[in-house]
Design a protein around this ligand. Structure first.
Ligand SMILES: Cc1cc2nc3c(=O)[nH]c(=O)nc-3n(C[C@H](O)[C@H](O)[C@H](O)COP(=O)(O)O)c2cc1C
Length: 209
């Protein structure tokens, strides 16, 4: 079984989403002998923005510059990692109401027509439905149903939309929120989220299901 673990927070050791994604990945590793884990830090080792030249190469154009050849190789690596993974764990903080641009750059590399989705006569079809995706979201404020800022929640809704588009139906989300309110709320939210992590099913339960 293969695990792909991604982080995208820019806050290093102070990151809440990194703490949560590490707890999820650690729990899966403990419960799964022989789990093959690949870790990718999208903040420390960022992918570049998708460019016109890159997109043209996807349509068959031959990339000329060594820089573009390197960019295409990097893209192929992250796409292969995603396609190979049985489980994907993602640390996804909220920055300016959405996901970090580093995580968006990764999505731009794995949402590839003909590889992870395709267009059919009856509409788009996801091709990456054979995986379980677990997302750890951290956010400074409150965005739950009924909260004044609920309409500004573009992390969970966006990621649910993207992975749904790619065919993923096995999607779980752990949220720690209100982290910017103060230390007490931060502790409470992190304890609650870490508790929610312990409730995630482990692969043995998945196989028995
Ligand atoms: C650049 C930046 C932008 C942020 N924007 C928002 C925001 O729009 N809404 C919010 O609730 N919190 C916002 N926050 C607070 C973060 O969501 C919060 O600190 C969270 O813990 C970030 O996750 P991380 O610790 O894993 O980086 C922002 C933080 C940073 C650093």
């Amino acid at each position: 079984m293969k695990l792909l673990h991604l982080d995208s927070s820019i806050l290093g050791g102070n990151s809440a989403s990194r703490q949560l994604s590490a707890a999820i990945a650690g729990q899966l590793a403990e419960a799964t002998p022989g789990l093959e884990a690949v870790y990718r830090d999208l903040a420390a080792d960022p992918l570049s923005h998708l460019s016109g030249e890159h997109f043209a190469a996807r349509q068959g154009a031959v990339p000329e510059s060594p820089a573009m050849q390197k960019d295409i190789a990097a893209s192929q690596t992250v796409l292969d990692e995603f396609l190979a993974a049985d489980i994907v764990v993602i640390g996804a903080p909220m920055y300016n109401f959405g996901i970090p641009s580093q995580l968006k750059a990764w999505i731009d590399r794995v949402a590839v027509a003909g590889k992870t989705f395709r267009y059919t006569a009856t509409g788009p079809e996801g091709l990456a439905g054979n995986k379980r995706v677990i997302i750890a979201i951290s956010r400074g404020g409150f965005y739950g149903v009924g909260m004044p800022a609920a309409a500004l929640e573009h992390v969970e809704s966006y990621l649910r939309g993207v992975f749904g588009f790619l065919g993923v139906t096995d999607l779980e989300i752990v949220v720690a929120e209100g982290l910017g309110i103060g230390p007490d709320q931060r502790d409470k939210a992190m304890q609650g989220a870490l508790q929610a992590v312990t409730k995630l099913r482990v692969p043995a339960q998945l196989r028995a299901a």
